[in-house]
Design a protein around this ligand. Sequence first.
Ligand SMILES: Nc1ncnc2c1ncn2[C@@H]1O[C@H](COP(=O)(O)OP(=O)(O)O)[C@@H](O)[C@H]1O
Ligand SMILES: [Mg+2]
Length: 456
Amino acid sequence: MQIEEVSSTERAQRIAVHTHVRGLGLDESGRALSTATSGLVGQAAAREAAGIVVELTRGKKMAGRALLLAGAPGTGKTAMALAVAQELGPKVPFCPMVGSEVYSSEVKKTEILMENFRRAIGLRIKESKEVYEGEIVSLKPEEQEDPLGGYSKSVSHVHVTLKTTKGSKTLKLDPSIYDSLVKEKCRPGDVIYIEATTGAVKRVGRSDSFAAEFDLEAEEYVPVPKGDVHKKKDIVQDVTLHDLDIANAKPQGGQDLMSVMGSLVKPKKTEITEKLRREINKVVNRYIDTGVAELVPGVLFIDEVHMLDIECFTYLNRALESSLSPIVIFATNRGICTIRGTDVLAPHGIPVDLLDRMLVIRTMPYSLEETAQIIAIRAQTESIRLHEEALAVLAEIGSKTSLRFAVQLLTPARILAGRQGREDIIAEDVREIEDLFFDAKASAKVLAAEASHFLS
Ligand SMILES: Nc1ncnc2c1ncn2[C@@H]1O[C@H](COP(=O)(O)OP(=O)(O)O)[C@@H](O)[C@H]1O
Ligand SMILES: [Mg+2]
């Protein structure tokens, strides 16, 4: 099984609007803190209830059960689900999906659900590895005439000098390791380690003796390592089962030019078969049994649960029972509706046998003050400067339409302000942006009023 070069398949852009959320913000007794240190504002009852679900999960008492967040759009359902994952610990996978994603012309619905389940199950692999670790003092590639002829030169080997608090050592390394050094953008002053057996290079961060240097990019500063350059090091790697599936799936087609080019056009066309998953599970179980790896069940968040159909619900009932199951959090903004694929009416469009397994938490609309507070936190996270009056107008818009809509206006308003040569957003910008864009309700109203002008 390939673990060394597993790249993460996390869906970062979907949680980009929730980067200010860092947890549920509860005190030791499980009460919601009123200061927004965790990034969450208000919604006290829902946060406290979610805290209990975290407790149940830690005590392994959520097996076979699930959580349902019910509330209007923009009341923080996604934010809350993310907070639950964060409360469960650092590096706990959070996989968000929308119910309608299961409908694809190429892949079975249950296959898509299965993939998302595996995205939400983490594996923490701990290995003691022989490494060379230290701060890069110098990095010198040694060139030679290309042995294949031609006019270019190629790197024959590279000299890297690493230092620790104890001493320094110069290594003569293979050109392939030079490639990885370049790929990781390593330069003198960086702290790195190189795995002795595989030659894999990992950049740990920038040495903190450079912490004062002017740097535009956010850097992580780390101390110069202690001990010898050559040593044994415990390395922890977090991956998801889906990361492993992808890394071990063979691309379809052969090695000829046409299929290589074909995979350029359709890059994701690797096939993960049932057999491959079984193989991976076997290896994973062996890793767990021998104590090399630890399972980290994460959170699978399924938004718009009413979009799932009866076939999906049947699958979910079974999947929740599995010993390899993440915590599943559903979200809905619907009341009674039909269960897709049937003509049965049910609360939230969910069959009763699945509903029976669910703990339900309601998320409530925000007050004007809470709305303003959340928008202010968002603006701060995105380094957007907002005049007090502009914030008030945005909060007003938020309570009239939805919090999400108001939050989404921040970036356009900043662009508008920027066009006028201003750094800060003033109330005028917000009003102008509001005139330019429609929220959903307003746009529906316009369409209805002018229905006669549109072709039906
Ligand atoms: N209680 C809260 N505290 C801080 N931010 C919140 C809170 N509730 C919602 N948000 C933020 O407001 C925006 C909309 O919320 P979201 O979670 O997408 O709502 P929903 O999923 O219910 O439609 C997001 O940017 C979210 O992070
Ligand atoms: Mg949402």
